[in-house]
Design a protein around this ligand. Structure first.
Ligand code: HDD
Length: 718
């Protein structure tokens, strides 16, 4: 089945992987070898090995005696194994990565001289690593957390890294506080709990004590904290960088990546269950989509502000706890990234890839964003403890353009450099610097003037901590607000020190009284009576994720469960499978058993999974084909009824044909007002994870939004 799906989707493929011409993939071939060959095993120093099963020891036919330390082959294997682990990343330890490319379709030469952003004929190889922040390397994918979105562009002018997140703002303004926020969110030091959760005293204590974190925690508690897929979330560079054009002029810039499939999230209940049912859900989802030819794509855009306009905003444009509202500074979309090749081996690629915010190219420069300035120190530094000083020679990290420097030695040095010139200047005039010519040559920092006073401070503009937290909350739809409220209730309920949840409720009272009252009720804090800071009710576009539904509704790459049992109707079953494939989505047959299931006409199919093997949470949608006997069997199985009811509770599209409708009706009968779609038209109108059994409601993004609004009471009570 999986192979059929892959072929089907590939045949339909609307995108060309361009793998053969990807310069980075070609570069990695230098270090890639195939282990599935008949080549004999050797030791690490190359001799062939005669026995891989026994340690050299004294032995005769009756008994075995002492092991011999002499066995250099056994010792080499154990030594090698003992040192396989390297320190995991101090944050963002759990991640998944893939290769792809960046294509520019509109030149940005008015604002930058970087050819990767001006030359529309170029295709630039990229590697992206997505991650969670809090959990360890072995933690679950679907937990509530910020997601990392780190992009390495292998440009002809050197590597350029945008080390971003799926949320456009950050918890703190100054990087000196980074160890505190990370200590506070990570497991508490006495018992090392909780894992991959922000729902604990230390985190909420920290964010209360840092009012500047309010905006970011509102984002993290919104549905952005539980993405449906890495492929369905936005990416933001977060920090303010600069772009420099050929005339030497500067603009400030923020980078954006917006997914072609739209922004979609799990409901909290789904995310919670999936963390147990399949901790690798996001990792597998990325792999599965790329493997099936459904290549994830994002539009790449920039927001720019001219130097002379930098002071015209209420906030400081260098403050990473603030967005630049899109109504004030529109996003200019100029290119596209696509991921089209999975990694060959996780460790040398996804684990050893190392990003640095300081990796910029001529035409891009930093700003005085205090968070960015600190990050520029931290990333290089952390790679040294993780990978050693020669980490930039590792295959995944080395640039595709020539590298020449005076580096020598250090642990794990690979390059062998001929000649005597290991310093500059030298008598051979070897490896001179490149003059900066206005077009990209040698990197030169943009010249700026700075205040003369040396002080530990920020200016008063940085102390407005609440306006954008209010702006964000005001801009959400009702259902998003409800989800955010529920998330805060869950998190604060996990805090057992009253000072923590009571104080946090007072902070919420500065954002929205109703929100604060609801949370107080659920978490056991005193109910606040009045809003303590005025909320002027401003809204902005680009904050609600409903502003990022796909331009064309699509079910491409969505996973659809088809429930059958013996006696199913092969016509409706085959029909739905074909229709799903025709939409480049993935059908999975689920039955009470995994052995062949017989149709009423005598044909049969082997299911992909049995009911308990893959629960409804693993799918975006459920369909029940016709077949009297099949449906009767399913109706008699509690888990089958629960499958449909749980999907309904998670607002997934549910479709049924013929007798299949009975199962759907039985399963969701307690939710009055929802009609069950029947007939072939149901599929045609299935768009997205949040839809209804009413086909006409689900036919457009607007319909989806309306439906979500309609359904809010049901979700609220779920
Ligand atoms: Fe960071 C990793 C994103 C602030 C210090 N960070 C890391 C990764 C991402 C981010 C996506 C994982 C990269 C990968 O996949 O290998 N970090 C951010 C964003 C921030 C941010 C969007 C706010 C704008 N980070 C930040 C600060 C500091 C760090 C203020 C320290 C001063 N971050 C690190 C680090 C990590 C890291 C300790 C751990 C592993 C690594 O760098 O390579 O250096």
């Amino acid at each position: 089945m999986a192979q059929q799906i892959a072929e089907n989707v590939r045949a339909l493929g609307d995108s060309v992987g361009n793998m053969s011409t990807n310069k980075k993939i070609a570069d990695l071939q230098r270090d890639t070898k195939d282990s599935h060959t008949k080549q004999n095993t050797t030791t690490d120093y190359g001799i062939k090995v005669a026995d891989l099963d026994h340690w050299l020891k004294t032995a005769d036919d009756k008994s075995i005696g002492h092991h011999s330390l002499e066995d250099q082959i056994a010792r080499e294997r154990i030594h090698r194994f003992d040192h396989e682990r390297i320190p995991e990343r101090v944050v963002h330890a759990r991640g998944a990565g893939a290769h792809g490319h960046f294509k520019l379709y509109e030149s940005l030469e008015d604002v930058t001289m970087a050819p990767v952003l001006t030359d529309t004929s170029r295709t630039t190889p990229i590697f992206i690593r997505f991650s969670t922040v809090q959990g360890s390397r072995g933690s679950a994918d679907t937990v509530r957390d910020v997601r990392g979105f780190a992009v390495k562009f292998y440009t002809e002018e050197g590597n350029w890294d945008i080390v971003g997140n799926d949320i456009p703002v950050f918890f703190i303004q100054e990087s000196i506080k980074f160890p505190d926020i990370v200590h506070a969110v990570k497991p508490e030091p006495d018992r090392e709990v909780p894992q991959a959760q922000s729902a604990h005293n230390n985190f909420w204590d920290f964010v209360f004590m840092h009012k500047e974190a309010t905006h970011m925690f509102m984002w993290a508690m919104s549905d952005r904290g539980t993405p449906r897929s890495y492929r369905m979330m936005q990416g933001f560079g977060v920090n303010t960088y600069s772009l420099i054009n050929a005339k030497g002029e500067r603009v400030f810039v923020k980078f954006h990546f917006t997914p072609e499939l739209g922004v979609h999230s799990f409901m909290w209940d789904e995310a919670l269950k999936l963390a147990g049912q399949d901790p690798d859900f996001h990792r597998k989802d990325l792999y599965e989509a790329i493997d099936n030819g459904a290549y994830p794509k994002w539009k790449f855009g920039v927001q720019t502000i001219k130097e002379e306009e930098q002071d015209k905003f209420d906030f400081d444009i260098l403050d990473a706890t603030k967005v630049w509202p899109e109504d004030m500074v529109p996003v200019r979309y100029v290119g596209e990234i696509e991921l089209n090749q999975n990694v060959t081996e996780y460790f040398p690629e996804t684990e050893q890839v190392a990003f640095c915010t300081s990796h910029i190219i001529p035409g891009v420069d930093f700003s005085n964003d205090p968070l960015l300035q600190g990050r520029n120190f931290s990333y290089f530094d952390t790679q040294i403890s993780r990978l050693g000083i020669n980490w930039e020679e590792l295959p995944i990290n080395r640039p595709v353009c020539p590298v020449m420097n005076f580096n020598r030695d250090g642990q794990g040095r690979h390059t062998i450099t001929k000649g005597k010139a290991n310093y500059w200047p030298n008598r051979f005039e070897a490896n001179p610097p490149t003059k900066h010519t206005g077009t990209p040559g040698g990197f030169e920092s943009y010249p700026t003037t700075n205040p003369a006073m040396k002080k530990r401070m920020l200016t008063p503009k940085w102390t407005d901590y609440l306006s954008q937290a209010q702006l964000f909350y005001n801009s959400l739809t009702k259902i998003e607000k409800l989800h955010l409220t529920n998330a805060l209730c869950f998190e604060l309920d996990h805090c057992d020190e009253p000072i923590v949840y009571e104080r946090l409720v007072t902070r919420l009272t500065e954002i929205d009284l109703e929100l604060a009252q609801m949370v107080a009720l659920k978490v056991g804090a005193p109910t606040p009576q009045e809003q303590t800071t005025k909320n002027p009710g401003h809204k902005a576009k680009g904050l609600s994720q409903f502003d990022f539904l796909p331009e064309k509704p699509t079910i491409k790459s969505r996973r659809i469960a088809i429930l059958i049992a013996d006696g199913y109707d092969s016509v409706s079953y085959n029909g739905i499978v074909a229709a799903i494939k025709a939409q480049s989505a993935l059908p999975f047959t689920i039955a009470p058993k995994r052995q062949a299931v017989k149709a009423s006409d005598g044909s049969s199919v082997t299911p992909d999974h049995f009911l308990n093997g893959m629960r409804s949470t693993m799918f975006d949608s459920v369909f029940v084909p016709a077949g009297e006997e099949s449906v009767k069997t399913l109706m008699g199985i509690g888990l089958a009824r629960f499958y449909v009811r749980e999907s309904f509770g998670h607002l997934k599209a549910i479709g049924a044909v013929g007798d299949g409708v009975k199962l759907v009706e039985v399963a969701i009968k307690e939710a009055e007002g929802y009609k069950v779609a029947s007939g072939d038209e149901a599929l045609v109108n299935w768009y997205g994870v949040v839809t209804t059994t009413k086909p006409d409601n689900a036919a457009s993004p607007k319909g989806v939004v309306e439906m979500v609004k309609d359904a809010k009471d049901f979700i609220g009570n779920y």
